[in-house]
Design a binder for this molecule. Structure first.
Ligand SMILES: [Zn+2]
Ligand SMILES: [Zn+2]
Length: 295
């Protein structure tokens, strides 16, 4: 009879499944790196779908991916360089260099290959990983998302400039969309803005019938063409785009200053009244209706 796997072995993290003392050679490093990346993307996607706890695993897998990809880069210089003491009489293959030693090596070869900003993000990742491993982790979802995106793009840029490792063709189809979003800053920010707008809409929509018509919480932004123009108390127009910051649209709700009918800004005609104030008048109150009827 086959021994059955405990459920934790099936559903748990893939980290550490491979024996630590396994002889590491170049191909293993890259393959393991790509496995970790696929896991990181899948978990990031789960996080995006509302399972915020999944970001925790996305962070762990991403950290693993970055560490392995740097080690792979070093191993390509010489396979022995990934061991702590390649000059020992007998190399201890259980002791490999750390991520920071890998980063130092890369920067010693050519200064600032790993930029100060990139290092700061790596420090953040390291701290977060420690916190997660010691269960001291408090999730700041927007920060985790933004920093992970930035880190991932830094790694891709590094690989593009300094190695022949090509990542994209190894990304499984099921996580390709997440890969694209994470690797494209514009698309990444756009997704976050849409998410934020959805949250504002959700918070400003009453879920029971009030009998009164409410102003729309979310509109299309005419400036950036995203569904991200939402109610905002700090805005003079009462609305602000979560993506581009635009506050204006002809579709904003507005009332006629004469008869009070509710319509949209684009439907009103504006002019100055005798007191020098700007007035918005509807089709009927502006006199246009009568003018056109008399034609
Ligand atoms: Zn906009
Ligand atoms: Zn009117």
């Amino acid at each position: 009879m086959q021994p059955t796997c405990p459920p934790s072995a099936v559903t748990g993290l893939n980290l550490g499944v491979r024996p630590r003392n396994m002889t590491t050679h170049q191909l293993d490093l890259l393959e393991n790196a790509l496995d970790s990346l696929a896991e990181a993307l899948a978990k990031f996607e789960e996080g995006d779908a509302g399972e915020s706890k999944a970001y925790k695993f996305a962070v762990l897998h991403m950290a693993h991916f970055i560490e392995l990809v740097f080690k792979h880069h070093i191993a390509q210089k010489h396979p022995l360089l990934i061991y702590k003491d390649p000059f020992a009489q007998k190399v201890d293959k259980n002791k490999t260099i750390t991520l920071w030693e890998a980063v130092n090596f890369i920067n010693n070869e050519a200064a600032d290959t790993v930029s100060a900003e990139f290092r700061t993000d790596l420090e953040w990742l390291k701290r977060l990983r420690n916190e997660i491993e010691h269960h001291k982790f408090t999730m700041d979802v927007p920060q985790v998302r933004i920093t992970m995106g930035r880190l991932f793009r830094s790694v891709l840029e590094f690989l593009e400039n300094y190695s022949d490792v090509e990542i994209e063709s190894h990304i499984p189809d099921r996580t390709m969309e997440t890969f694209k979003v994470l690797s494209d800053e514009y698309e990444f920010r756009r997704r976050d803005a849409i998410r934020e707008a959805e949250e504002v809409e959700e918070a400003n929509t009453s879920h029971h019938y009030t009998g009164e018509e409410e102003p729309p919480a979310r509109l299309d932004c005419p400036n950036c063409d995203n569904p991200t123009l939402v109610i905002n108390e700090d805005s003079d127009t009462g609305y602000r785009c979560t993506f581009c910051g635009n506050e204006e649209s002809d579709e904003l709700p507005a009332g006629c200053d004469i008869c009070g009918v509710q319509t949209t800004l684009g439907e009103l005609v504006f002019w100055e009244n005798e007191a020098g104030q700007t007035e918005g008048r509807c089709y009927y109150c502006s006199g246009k209706y009568h003018a056109e009827k008399d034609d």
